[in-house]
Design a protein around this ligand. Sequence first.
Ligand code: BG6
Length: 489
Amino acid sequence: MAFPKDFLWGGATAANQYEGGYDQGGRGLSTQDVRKAGSRTKKRTVTYLDRDGNLKEATRFEPMGIGSKGVVVEGEYYPSHQAVDFYHHYKEDIALFAEMGFRCFRMSISWTRLFPRGDEETANEEGVRFYRDVFIELRKYDIEPLVTLNHFDLPLYLANEKGGWVSRDTVGYFVNYARTCFENFSGLAHYWITFNEINCMLDWNKLGILTDEPDEFYQALHHVFVASALTVREGHRKDSRNRIGMMVAYGAMYPFDCSPDTYLNHLHCMHNMQWYCDVQCRGYYPSYKKKELERLQIHIEQAEEDERILKEGTVDFIGFSYYFSVVSKAGINVMMTGDQSHAVENPYLKKNEWGWQIDPVGLRSVLNELYDRYQKPLWIVENGYGGIDTPEYDFEGDIKAIHDDYRIAYLRAHIAEMKKAVELDGVDLIGYTPWGCIDLISAGTGEMSKRYGFIYVEMDDQGRGSLRRFRKDSFYWYQNVIHTNGEEL
Ligand code: BG6
């Protein structure tokens, strides 16, 4: 058997795209709650008041300007508010995951469900109770939770009033929140991720940054690194069974051609992705990054103890998302984010409807690359095919079946490469949690029609629908994959 018998097969979600119940159980608003839906052709925007009180909208990379505050506008549709309502469907959903044979389920905790403003000392009891109930429900079926503490959300109050991650205070607020989780969920959850896709956090939604000044970005990111390291330390102290990982968006990257200059540029592009892992796995800023910051005259305020904190708070495993591969070319800003509209085309690969270049073999390369570089256990915490599903209806107009052979083909090819990495290359891979195991809101576009799930949720791009859940063909296929521990694909 290629995969170890305790291999963690499962699926992944995130609160702001899945949970809903945004104003229930004492939950506070997060930065994602003021983010409207977009589409393949229209970027998502945040609604905010500028410093003079004018109502405006900004896309992810448009700086909102100092003094701006995110606001909810009456009558607008914000996908995170309801999402697909895990809040009220968690028992039904977990039963379906169990039916598929999940051994693990990745979810995130909504920071504002526990700390509505973010800076409170004690947690909202109703929020704690909700997550405890969810974990107990998972344990009932022997499903191990993998908990992301921060998946792209930040308490709106901290962003609006306290400078978000630019302020050092946010480190303390976050660590208090993480400590609360370790204390309250001890014995129920042992696998944790501190920050989702740490290399994709460069906007207001995630960091609370208001300008496009590199100083502001690097300062905020430094605080995230420190908060993550302190969280790792705290988690280990609270319970020696805790395993705490980092998470990065990591795709295979190929140099455009074989010229020496192209290769050197390629190395620099790789560094742009790798330096996040270097800090969190090795415990210090790599020399190439220090030199780059020096050259750009970027100044980061660091506390005296930060070096030691980063050293002591290195992670136990590397979680990463893998969806597509990219090509590096001088003058092109190679990004691992969802918007691949400016990506250099790879003639050897096909794309999905959102322009993501599908590359299963690249996954094997990446597994080798990360394992060689860091020698830490790896976990593919996101992977999957986002596409449009067309259900088949019966005479009464009820959904009868969803034939998603394209999704099965994508996953089959990727798992086959994972298997080779384990069996032939000796990579220490501990788990696989494909993204959006149940249909949920797309982070990039805010659409519902970009679906990843094994389970179909009846809902449209405006949040209308019965929210009923249906098994797709991939549901039964994945069930057999887990049942045979990856032997039958
Ligand atoms: C990752 C994120 O970037 O990719 C998820 O961690 C996201 O939150 C996923 O949903 C897929 O991206 P998208 O834009 O298709 O939802």
